[in-house]
Design a protein around this ligand. Structure first.
Ligand SMILES: Nc1nc2c(ncn2[C@@H]2O[C@H](COP(=O)(O)OP(=O)(O)OP(=O)(O)O)[C@@H](O)[C@H]2O)c(=O)[nH]1
Ligand SMILES: [Zn+2]
Length: 196
């Protein structure tokens, strides 16, 4: 299931509301919101949110609809795509590498478009499982390959700097679609090509 906003194209970020909320947060922490170091922080955060949550009003189709015709049915892999996302439970970053493979069915996309697709979904409030699935679903929807597989390895700051405090722990998630759901040999080839 794709979880895309019904209001795509509209800028979701309400700059003014975020500024007010950050002021309130700082006051809640007992801070003086007018001191020199903090006076511009609400505006800074609002501008930063436009950047790090910029995927909320983007559609992966923008990147994946531009395809090239090919004869090959060989697996295409783009690995070690670095990403930064934000966990929706604690609003803390999780970050790591995404690995994507698909088996074309007559068409491929430019290689950069796979990394751009990761960006579209990473720059939202996320769960790692959902991020992984959304990337795989977008590939299937826009490129109609024979199959797609996405693996994400990430470190969650809500697991490292607070709470259970387990720095270095990695969460690994996989989403299989199409022939990858039924053919374990393809999945093994994917892992081999990742060096696993
Ligand atoms: N499945 C999943 N869980 C996540 C993800 N990011 C963070 N979490 C977890 O979300 C859970 C939220 O649990 P809660 O018990 O509601 O919150 P909490 O009291 O802050 O939990 P602790 O982190 O255990 O202190 C935690 O177990 C987090 O580790 C994610 O991407 N996927
Ligand atoms: Zn979290």
């Amino acid at each position: 299931m794709r979880i895309e906003s019904a209001e795509k194209g509209k800028n979701m970020i309400d700059h003014e509301k975020i500024e007010q909320a950050v002021r309130l947060l700082l006051e809640g922490m007992g801070e003086d919101v007018n001191r020199e170091g903090l006076i511009d922080t609400p505006d800074r955060i609002a501008r930063m949110y436009e950047e790090i949550y910029g995927g909320m009003d983007e559609d992966a189709g923008k990147h994946l609809s531009k395809t090239f015709t090919v004869d090959s049915h060989e697996m295409v892999i783009e690995k070690d795509i670095t990403f930064y996302s934000t966990c929706e439970h604690h609003l803390l970053p999780f970050y790591g590498k995404a690995h994507i493979a698909y088996i074309p069915n007559g068409k491929v996309v430019g290689l950069s478009k796979l990394a751009r697709t990761v960006e579209v979904f990473a720059r939202r409030l996320q769960l790692q499982e959902q991020l992984t699935g959304q990337i795989a679903d977008a590939l299937m929807e826009y490129m109609q390959p024979k199959g797609a597989i996405v693996m994400i390895e990430a470190e969650h700051m809500c697991m490292t700097m607070r709470g259970i405090k387990k720095p270095g722990s990695q969460t690994v998630t996989i989403a299989r679609r199409g022939v990858f759901e039924t053919d374990p040999v393809l999945e093994e080839r994917f892992f081999r090509m990742l060096g696993r």
